[in-house]
Design a protein around this ligand. Structure first.
Ligand code: AMP
Length: 281
């Protein structure tokens, strides 16, 4: 496995003039867990080489302390990546990616950016769009892998690729969970013991929503979720929505052939956790 931190070296390495050479790319912010590794394994299976980037992107953080406290475990990350047969890792510095201008470009993502996370994390998706587009330019991947854990991000990247006609195929990958159902996240490391203990309630609630969907109406389900989370004093609900998978607009009525998902954001102390689940109609 080769590790590069400058743009020119990785570009040079990945410039292979062969028709059937394909690059599978997984952008990450490090502090890797099995969820990340499942994406890397898929990238490796489906391509000639797997490339992972590790870069804590400052422009997608709307909260300075979240950025300062974001876990950094580079040595352990590299060991895990080597163990699963990753080929290349790109670990640029902030100045390598942004030079003197640590700012986002402005994007429009067909309105997806104004829903859910967009309402609570100002500028977040402009930061994501900026860094993912730059990484795509550098790595020039055939396929890029994103987790459904961040479903809104996945749909936003799909929209960016379509609108800018970028030559990459976006692959969505299932959410990887702990045995107790908690969606794996780099931020889970920062949960206190008490918060970690109660955090699986998030997935329990989503699973119950999945069961109730189709027999109960959306308003009743929303009220039920709010009261369930309220009963746990260590968790605080930021939002719960049932939304159309394509537009991410919250729905109050279910259409027969629609595709829907339930989305949730919860604070466990200072740590913000998000999760989602697909709803069969
Ligand atoms: P991050 O390092 O949090 O930016 O995540 C990098 C990629 O891994 C993103 O595409 C995430 O959606 C994905 N990811 C993070 N956690 C999980 C998980 N539990 N299951 C599947 N994919 C995940």
């Amino acid at each position: 496995m080769l590790v590069f931190s400058d743009i020119k070296s990785i570009q040079k390495e990945l410039q292979v003039n062969s028709d059937n050479f394909t690059v599978g790319f997984v952008p990450t912010m490090g502090a890797l867990h099995q969820g990340h590794l499942s994406l890397v394994a898929q990238a490796k299976r489906e391509n000639s080489v797997a490339v992972v980037s590790i870069f804590v992107n400052p422009t997608q953080f709307n909260n300075a302390s979240d950025l300062d406290n974001y876990p950094k475990t580079l040595d352990e990350d590299l060991r895990m990546l080597k163990d699963i047969g990753c080929d290349y890792v790109f670990t640029p510095t902030v100045s390598e990616m942004y030079a003197q201008n640590v700012n986002s470009e402005n994007f429009t993502f067909d309105g997806l950016e104004f829903e859910m996370e967009g309402k609570f994390r100002a500028g977040h998706f402009d930061g994501v769009g900026t860094i993912v587009r730059r990484l795509f330019e550098i790595v020039n991947p055939t396929k890029a892998y994103f987790g459904e854990k961040d479903f809104q991000q996945l749909q936003i990247i799909r929209t960016m690729v379509r609108n800018l006609e970028l030559p990459v195929q976006i692959v969505g990958c299932p959410i990887y969970r702990e045995d107790d159902g908690l969606a794996m996240s780099s931020r889970n490391q920062r949960l206190t013991k008490e918060h970690r203990k109660v955090a699986p309630l998030i997935f329990k609630v989503l699973s119950e929503v999945q069961k109730r969907f189709g027999t109960e109406n959306v308003t009743t389900i929303m009220q039920w979720v709010e009261s369930e989370i309220k009963e746990e004093p260590l968790l605080e609900l930021e939002y719960f929505e049932i939304a159309d998978e394509a537009t991410l607009k919250s729905v109050s009525k279910i259409e027969k052939n629609g595709k829907y998902r339930a989305f949730i954001a919860v604070f466990a102390g200072d740590i913000r956790l998000i999760d989602n689940i697909s709803l069969a109609n």
